[in-house]
Write a protein that binds this ligand. Sequence first.
Ligand SMILES: CC(C)(COP(=O)(O)OP(=O)(O)OC[C@H]1O[C@@H](n2cnc3c(N)ncnc32)[C@H](O)[C@@H]1OP(=O)(O)O)[C@@H](O)C(=O)NCCC(=O)NCCS
Length: 229
Amino acid sequence: MSGPGKDEAATLVEKPTAVDGLHYVNYGDQRESPYLSAIRQLISQDLSEPYSIYVYRYFLYQWPDLCFMALDKDENLIGVIVCKLEPHRGGPMRGYIAMLATRQQHRGQGIASALVRMAVEKMIAKDADEIALETEVDNEPSLRIYAHLGFIRTKRLHRYYLNGNTAFRLILYLKPGIPYKHTYPPEYGGPSDGGGLMDEDLVARQAAQLQLEDVEGETHDVTGGNTYR
Ligand SMILES: CC(C)(COP(=O)(O)OP(=O)(O)OC[C@H]1O[C@@H](n2cnc3c(N)ncnc32)[C@H](O)[C@@H]1OP(=O)(O)O)[C@@H](O)C(=O)NCCC(=O)NCCS
């Protein structure tokens, strides 16, 4: 996910305001949760181009257990992490951290670090082999969070984001031998691709399937199969 530059981030956390009644909860199994619009609003504040509602639904409908929220005493959304977990190009079971944000006035208090730890622990419990994400090369807070947890920089993705910023792909290997596990090239038509997908066709295609389901009332397999009924 694209975030603010270093200078902007630095000003945002200068005077963090403590959160009254801070607590962490899972998104839950309610598809159109009352938190959906708050999540969208919080995440879109830091994006160069906002995702459509269908991108949020793509993640939250399929992996609600991999979304954690930080709330204040009045249940207002303070921070959120959105993830998925699926086989990566027919190889490792890859967790993917798609979105992470903390409300500006509450940054620098360990909230995002706590959310990432919760998501990582849940993915480990679900037998993930590795966890991946992309983040801007100058997003110091984000890089620090993942460095503490043992994520390594596996790729530099030049001008990866729509705003032209460059990203690192970070991966946390959870089991021995995983980096050597065989995967299929993206053009291979076989096993489904679950890689770093926020800017790739698959999210757009799967989100479009959800949109069709809304508009046409058809049932779709969002994993890419043909299950029109
Ligand atoms: C990145 C982000 C989620 C961090 O949220 P947060 O709740 O402030 O994070 P934490 O308080 O857990 O701090 C994480 C680390 O960054 C450090 N940090 C916080 N602000 C910093 C800053 N301005 N400059 C450098 N380091 C900073 C913290 O000290 C901490 O490191 P430490 O554990 O070594 O002390 C938040 O800045 C944000 O929402 N940014 C916009 C969206 C974004 O960039 N998301 C991530 C892209 S995937």
